[in-house]
Write a protein that binds this ligand. Structure first.
Ligand code: CA
Ligand code: CA
Length: 145
């Protein structure tokens, strides 16, 4: 098995997908998780590439948020599109990164992701409340590559 497959159990993946679903029930914002093995780039740079590969800029309100993890490289980043980026401060992203890091250090990867996804969802809700005609613009499935 590859390192990506070892990173999360199937049950943990389901927990993460569930956290995304719960978050998106309260906001029009869209959250995605992408997991890959390695990157030579700084994680934020690679996250931006992945953001475009997954066409995450195609949300109506530009409010997609990507959680990017490179397992073997031990790097991760959280990247919000310009809609959400215009609303929150850099401190917010730093706090979420710190939260994830504190769990990642204990190898509690799933829990770190679930908690950060939940907090980002709550923040998205403040600025981008859910509307009854909301659609699931970006898949909630974990993207792997
Ligand atoms: Ca949506
Ligand atoms: Ca979604």
């Amino acid at each position: 098995m590859s390192k990506i497959e070892d990173f999360l159990t199937t049950a943990q993946e389901q927990d993460i997908i569930k956290a995304i679903e719960v978050a998106e029930n309260n906001t029009s914002g869209e959250i995605r998780v992408h997991i890959e093995n390695k990157t030579d780039l700084p994680p934020k740079e690679r996250a931006l590439e992945v953001f475009h590969l997954l066409e995450m800029e195609k949300t109506e309100l530009r409010n997609g948020v990507l959680f990017y993890v490179a397992v073997e490289s031990k790097k991760f980043a959280i990247l919000g599109d310009e809609g959400i980026h215009a609303k929150v401060t850099e401190n917010f992203w730093d706090a979420e990164k710190e939260l994830m890091l504190s769990y990642f250090k204990k190898e509690e990867f799933a829990l770190g992701l679930v908690l950060a996804i939940t907090e980002v969802g709550n923040k998205l809700k403040e600025f981008f409340p859910y509307h009854s005609n909301d659609s699931d613009e970006l898949s909630n499935e974990i993207s792997k590559g």
